[in-house]
Design a protein around this ligand. Structure first.
Ligand code: XMP
Length: 430
């Protein structure tokens, strides 16, 4: 393995990720492990240079005081204990107490090398994947989102055509999105890619369904069924690739071990489809996943794309989905994205999209009365998607987008801009 590692043992602190990031920011790889790791498990990790016992105020997990197995002290690794102060004030990495002490521990005591970078990370993962997979096959649901795309690129680098990607187009993708998945993965990276156009099937199931939750359930459930059908057609698959990333695993802090287990059932695949998981990004934070994608040669448009809900345009074509309104959402979204890019707003605004409600309003076109749909533009900024503010989009840019939508998108006679922050509005409409 190429990279030195500092192991953080979680003794009930909420600061595990902060410390892990702090060490990675020094250029040294770090991983968080549960406090009850055994000496054998610890020894099986490669290139461990030192251990941080990261305690909470009372070293309490689930109501019980915790400590590590005393045998760990005999493993021969340098160790340091951090007890975080009780105060939970706003702190940044720079002002965290003990940064210097940490640096001293990592570099002077542990003699760790600052060799954590994406190139080394990828080389290490490729080696690990090859060891795990051997000459067997891996299946991956490739949605075209950041995480699944980066996993696909990593697995292609490691095992090439032993990876079978399945891209399900549910008919609710953005304009040219499935085409770009095919172009990048099949044409450029020569992936073994199965493309399933399930548009008719999804739209059929969604016909006359107006309730947002029911729409989401139908789309999610159908997605698993289509993927499962494809999986059953294939033979000799032993592994399932998964775009699990670090926050998915550690979001509940002290529950590290439990969370990892719950991930074994990700995707809701039935019990009789038994796969071992391959999760090469499970140690990366979101920004590191993007950097990894760039290093693997994925286009910036794929790696830096804005968040896109799993149910796709289905939750932006409000109420019961109709084909004419779905097309209006897709076309207006493409215009909005094109104009935001021209204005440089794609790098500034966190998320922006259009929605089309399921009612019409009166207008005039070519001197005659018309009764058509409206497009609503939404552009928001946020840090964690829990709350959001509205971007003050330049009036001229909005005017240009409006003109283009009214001219180019069929069945639309009105464009509105959503001024609502979250809360009380959510980012999406459904
Ligand atoms: P809301 O509408 O809840 O959205 O304010 C918060 C963020 O989550 C995205 N979103 C989803 N992402 N699957 C996803 O992966 C989903 O089903 C889903 N629904 C909403 C939304 O786009 C926003 O960024």
């Amino acid at each position: 393995m190429k990279q030195d590692m500092i192991v953080i043992l979680d003794l009930g602190s909420t600061e595990n990720t902060t410390v892990a990031r702090q060490i990675r920011d020094m250029g040294v790889y770090s991983e968080i492990h549960p406090h009850d790791i055994t000496p054998e498990e610890l020894k099986s990790l490669e290139n461990v240079k030192g251990i941080i016992l990261n305690g909470g105020e009372n070293r309490v997990v689930d109501g019980a005081a915790v400590d590590v197995d005393p045998a760990l002290y005999q493993c021969g690794y340098p160790m340091i204990a951090i007890d975080h102060p009780t105060a939970r004030c706003e702190r940044t990495l720079d002002t965290l107490p003990g940064t210097e002490a940490l640096r001293e521990f990592v570099f002077d005591v542990c003699q760790a090398q600052a060799n954590w970078n994406m190139k080394n990370f990828i080389e290490d993962q490729v080696e690990l994947i090859r060891r795990q997979v051997g000459d067997r096959k891996v299946l991956l649901a490739l949605s075209g989102g950041v995480d699944s795309s980066v996993v696909a690129a990593m697995l292609i680098r490691a095992v090439g055509r032993q990876l079978v990607c399945v891209h399900v187009n549910h008919g609710l993708m953005r304009k040219n999105e499935s085409e770009s998945v095919i172009q990048v993965f099949r044409d450029q990276l020569h992936a073994n890619l199965i493309y399933v156009d399930a548009t008719e099937r999804f739209l059929g199931k969604l016909e006359n369904v107006a309730d947002p939750e029911q729409k989401r359930k139908i789309i999610g459930g159908e997605f698993i069924r289509v993927f499962e059908e494809e999986a059953r057609k294939l033979e000799g698959i032993d592994f399932l690739g998964q775009g699990t990333i670090y926050p998915d695993i550690i979001e509940s802090g002290t529950k590290t071990a439990k969370m990892v287990k719950s991930h074994h059932n990700v995707g809701g695949l039935p019990e009789d489809l038994k796969f071992e998981l391959v999760e090469p990004l499970k140690q990366l934070f979101k920004d590191e996943v993007r950097a990894c994608g760039v290093e693997l040669g994925l286009p910036a448009s794929m790696v830096y794309r804005q968040p896109f809900p799993g149910p796709g345009l289905g939750v932006r074509c409000l109420g019961a989905i109709t084909r004419d309104r779905l097309e209006a959402v897709r076309e207006s979204d493409a215009i909005l994205r094109e104009e935001f890019e021209k204005a440089g707003l794609n790098k500034k605004v966190w998320q922006y999209f259009t929605v089309v409600p399921d009612f019409k309003s009166v207008g005039v076109k070519n001197n005659a009365r018309c009764f058509d749909y409206m497009v609503i533009i939404r552009a928001i900024n946020t840090v964690d998607a829990m709350s959001a503010t509205v971007e003050r989009v330049d009036w001229d840019v909005l005017q240009k987008i409006t003109d283009r939508i009214l001219k180019e998108v069929e069945h639309v006679n009105r464009v509105c801009f959503d001024m609502s922050p979250k809360p009380p509005a959510t980012i999406e409409f459904e």
